[in-house]
Write a protein that binds this ligand. Structure first.
Ligand code: CA
Length: 615
């Protein structure tokens, strides 16, 4: 007993006076001079770091305020950058009892002059969506890395397969030659999760590329290589949740950093609750504060420090790596006052930046609520320039499979477009047949390639910004397999030793080459066709399974006809005379044939005609 007391007396003073201090992180890791907002807030993390005295000795770069929380392992520093501050390295010093407990070399860079004027993706672009783990493995040495808990296992459809940024870089010429102009890459930031780490939506470090994909420098190199080819890059960002293995989960800055519940509670996934005029509090609360998944803690963006952290993180990546746009995941799920401010802050620094939000609802009015300047009755402005056209996606799946009727079949496309009055800017909407979260379009059409071709012809000629999911051009299907992992199959030929290489025509069979050529023809034609990018749209009520529309401007006009019937049709065009009257002939783009008389048009079963009109 005596020994215990003695030991106690010896140890206590040691614990009090030799408090361990360890600086581990400063985020953002650097910043730029020349932003409209001259202030940043630094998150400083490290054991007992709040017990230190912080100083910075750098002309024009000063600490305005130091925030301490109950958790001694965090400091938040409000920093101000004065006009005329020179680029360089500012030393941030942390002192404890006159001893230096830590130093951080914080680089202030000069913002590139053209950075604020960068052009983002527009309706002149076609987006190609790919998942980095599943596209191509350019570097097998990064497949399994020490410290990364999930190892590569290609036989597990939900496991990591080894694809990486190098694999994407190796195939940029393939993508350029296909004719797409913009690449949307699913998230590439560190996901050090035990399972499902491949998809990237469980971020465990917001400032670090997952080492199995490469390094931050590799991402910059990829961005530059894409720009060198005249193409654009979209970064996929996640503001709603992080991964359960995120470094801060073991030592949260404050309990309200995440939305806590007495027990695990899922979101109700009802995005419509945000704009629903009759919503109940319980539904609204569950939607925004419920967790997306057990492994995806729901972030509380109303915490003022986290709010700034996330906004700065987005701006840091844009300035650091130069992506041309953002795709924002689960956009309605965070608090909407936060996402609105996030968008505003990005648009303040990059006025022409395009951001497309995933607002997954099948009703145009609800999706339109989320587009910037919607004029919503409740006064909410999302500051989100673009949204995905989920209503049109839903209609597209039904349009070619249902029997034609008064309100079914191809009429569904017409009906959705006729509701464009809801959108403040319907041409800046991303249109798609499928993506990484839904069944591949070809699967929904029971592998009927004719229907896939019709869908592509439609998406590439209607209003909006088309997005194509990787593998569409080679008829990739999920087949008998089920689940998200199979929707995200490996691109054949992306891995050394794959039995077939479908990146080259010799590795594709006849049908696959036909599909590739079909898309290639339309994509190359669309690239320079201003009338499709910005022309007006006029359409005619579908009759007898035929949907006809025109894209036109003061110079050019294009006529598109979709025949949804199982038989060919000879179409009498006099119904379109209000538009067609002044045109005499045309060139059909897909088959590359001249049409000398537009009075009657022959169209094969289940197919599309795209005709450049001539006077
Ligand atoms: Ca790899």
């Amino acid at each position: 007993m005596k020994r215990c007391i003695l030991l106690f007396l010896i140890l206590i003073p040691c614990a009090i006076f030799s408090q361990e201090i360890k600086l581990e992180r400063v985020e953002p890791p650097n910043w730029w001079i020349g932003f409209k907002n001259p202030e940043i807030q630094l998150l400083v993390y490290g054991k007992n770091i709040a017990s230190t005295t912080v100083s910075v000795d750098y002309p024009g770069f000063v600490i305005k305020k130091i925030h301490k929380l109950k958790n001694p392992d965090y400091l938040f520093l409000d920093m101000a950058i004065s006009p005329g501050t020179k680029p360089g390295i500012a030393v941030i010093q942390f002192k404890s009892k006159d001893k230096i407990a830590g130093r951080y070399l914080f680089e202030l860079k000069t913002r590139a002059k053209e950075s604020s004027q960068r052009q983002s993706f527009t309706p002149s672009d076609v987006i190609y969506l790919l998942m980095p783990d599943r596209f191509a493995n350019g570097d097998t040495t990064n497949d399994d890395l020490p410290g990364m808990v999930e190892k590569v296992n290609r036989s597990n459809t939900d496991g990591r397969h080894g694809g990486d940024l190098k694999g994407i870089a190796d195939h940029l010429d393939y993508l350029r030659d296909l004719g797409v102009t913009t690449i949307w890459i699913n998230p590439f930031l560190e996901n050090n999760q035990l399972k499902y780490s491949y998809h990237g939506y469980s971020i465990t470090d917001y400032y670090k590329t997952d080492p199995r994909f490469g390094t931050n420098e590799d991402y910059v190199k990829l961005s530059n290589a894409i720009h060198k080819r005249g193409m654009k890059l979209i970064m996929d960002q996640v503001l709603n949740h992080c991964g359960s293995n995120h470094w801060w989960m073991n030592d949260l800055p404050s309990p309200d950093w995440i939305n806590e519940w007495p027990e695990f509670t899922r979101s109700n996934y009802r995005s419509g609750t945000v704009s629903d005029p009759y919503v109940s509090s319980i539904d609204s609360n569950l939607f925004v504060r419920g967790w997306f998944d057990k492994t995806m803690p729901d972030l509380n963006q109303r915490n003022p420090y986290l709010k700034k952290y996330l906004i700065q993180n987005s701006i840091w990546w844009i300035e650091y790596a130069g992506p041309d746009g953002i795709r924002e995941d689960t956009h309605p799920y965070p608090f909407k006052d936060f996402t609105s401010e996030w968008g505003k802050r990005i648009l303040t620094e990059y006025p022409d930046f395009n951001i497309v939000g995933e607002c997954w609802v099948n009703y145009p009015a609800t999706v339109a609520y989320w587009q910037k300047d919607a004029g919503n009755k409740d006064g909410f402005n999302s500051n989100l320039p673009s949204v995905f056209d989920f209503p049109l996606h839903d209609a597209l799946i039904k349009a070619f499979t249902e029997p034609e009727g008064w309100d079914t079949g191809i009429l569904r496309l017409y009906e959705i477009l006729s509701q464009d009055l809801s959108y403040p800017n319907p041409s800046n909407i991303v249109v798609f047949a499928d993506n990484h979260d839904v069944n591949r379009f070809l699967d929904t059409q029971k592998d009927d390639i004719r229907k896939l071709k019709m869908a592509m012809a439609f998406l590439l000629t209607t209003r909006g910004i088309p997005q194509i999911y990787y593998g569409t051009e080679i008829l990739l299907t999920t087949g008998a397999d089920k689940g998200h992992g199979s929707i995200r199959k490996d691109f054949p030929g992306g891995w050394a030793g794959d039995p077939l290489n479908k990146f080259i025509s010799g590795g594709r069979d006849q049908q696959e080459n036909e599909m590739y050529d079909y898309l290639h023809t339309l994509l190359q034609w669309r690239k320079s066709n201003e009338v499709i990018h910005s022309g007006k749209l006029r359409h005619f009520i579908p009759e007898d399974g035929i949907y006809t529309y025109f894209r036109y401007n003061s110079k050019d006009a294009v006529m598109v006809i979709l025949n949804n019937n199982e038989e060919p049709r000879k179409i009498d065009t006099k119904r379109y005379n209000e538009f067609l009257g002044k045109y005499k002939s045309g060139t059909e783009i897909i088959a590359g044939r001249e049409i000398n008389d537009l009075t009657f048009l022959n169209i094969p079963a289940k197919s599309a005609l795209v005709i450049e009109l001539k006077k």
